[in-house]
Design a protein around this ligand. Structure first.
Ligand SMILES: [Zn+2]
Length: 230
């Protein structure tokens, strides 16, 4: 069942591994078939070298296992909140990639300092509030998802224009309209976190990119009248 979806999710998991975004089993990718309301996600705790497309676990939108011999990723409930609340997204990536995680641990937004960032993300990458003790003890993964949704609502951020977030003291969650977009955003996020950190170190007084330049670069690729590419 859903052989193509499982294959795509397998390939995306391997892609973030090959790109150096994950060590050991510190990451997971999922994708959803919106029409059938079925999600394929990496199994929990299986090393990347041992993964196979058929090991991907199929679940429904409530998290019930539809097919699979393994338990789904321990972060599955966070992915589910994102699919349920951000209806435009088709795939979710979570990892603990080094530079993005540094910002998450420092509980700092990743400021938009240049056009590399502006080409991919419309403004600073937000960081969530700290999760409460109550939520850590009770339904931790769902509440992690709720924290993400809350920061987008509070700051009126559009999850279509900002396809990444940093969970405080944890790491990034990244998404996209489809699986290729989500993987690309995950790779880009790590690169822009790295460049932002070094830029800020080199010039601690640096200010964020001019709004007109941010608008130009983001909107020519992703805006209504986008003209970048063939
Ligand atoms: Zn994690």
């Amino acid at each position: 069942m859903f052989k193509e979806l499982k294959k795509q999710v397998y390939l995306a998991n391997m892609e973030i591994y090959k790109r150096g975004l994950v060590l050991y089993t510190w990451g997971n990718v999922s994708a959803i078939d919106r029409e059938k309301q079925v999600i394929a996600i990496k199994p929990s705790g299986v090393p990347y070298e041992d993964l196979k497309p058929e090991y991907m676990v199929l679940i429904d939108i409530k998290g019930n296992i539809v097919e699979g011999n393994y338990n789904p990723s321990s972060d599955t409930k966070t992915h589910l909140v994102l699919y349920n609340k951000f209806l435009s997204i088709g795939a979710v990536v979570h990892n603990h990639s080094c530079y993005s995680t540094i910002f998450a641990q420092a509980r700092k937004n990743i400021p938009c300092l240049g056009t590399t960032h502006a080409d991919q993300f419309y403004g600073e990458i937000p960081v969530t509030d700290m999760i409460s003790d109550e939520h850590i003890k009770k339904d931790y993964e769902t509440e992690t998802g709720n924290l993400i949704v809350r920061i987008f609502l509070e700051k009126k951020i559009d999850p279509k224009k900002m396809q990444a977030v940093l969970v405080a003291s944890h790491g990034p969650f990244i998404w996209g309209k489809n699986i290729d977009g989500a993987v690309k955003n995950a790779v880009a996020l790590e690169e822009i976190a790295k460049t932002a950190l070094f830029t800020s170190a080199l010039n601690p007084n640096i200010t964020r990119i001019k709004q007109t330049l941010l608008d130009k670069h983001y909107l020519r690729k992703h805006g209504r009248n986008a003209y970048y590419g063939q």
